[in-house]
Design a binder for this molecule. Structure first.
Ligand SMILES: [Zn+2]
Length: 98
């Protein structure tokens, strides 16, 4: 154990074993990369990114469902639609079939 180096143990695949981190101490006996605060911040960032991604996926799904509903309604009431909407629905149906 070198007291001037970070106290974290890291896996060294080339040696096929764990050794003490070779980075210099930043604070509290840890390098910046392995300091508990850095690790907690990294985890927080990952959690936030995950939550944002999940919210975005949920929204995409809601939009897609709503689009499906609108298209179904348009198809059911096709002949009553204004010409401009009829044309757009036709375009959409054609696009979905390709
Ligand atoms: Zn370290």
């Amino acid at each position: 154990m070198h007291d001037d180096k970070c106290k974290e143990t890291v896996w060294r695949s080339e040696l096929w074993r764990s050794t003490q981190c070779q980075n210099n101490i930043w604070e509290d006996g840890y390098c910046k990369q392995h300091h508990p605060e850095t690790i907690a911040a990294r985890q927080d960032k990952r959690d936030t990114e995950f939550k944002m991604k999940r919210a975005a996926d949920r929204k995409d799904h809601e939009i897609h469902t709503l689009e499906e509903n609108i298209v179904s309604l348009c198809i059911e009431n096709y002949t009553e639609l204004p010409i401009a909407v009829m044309n757009k629905v036709s375009e959409l149906i054609k696009l979905r079939e390709t």
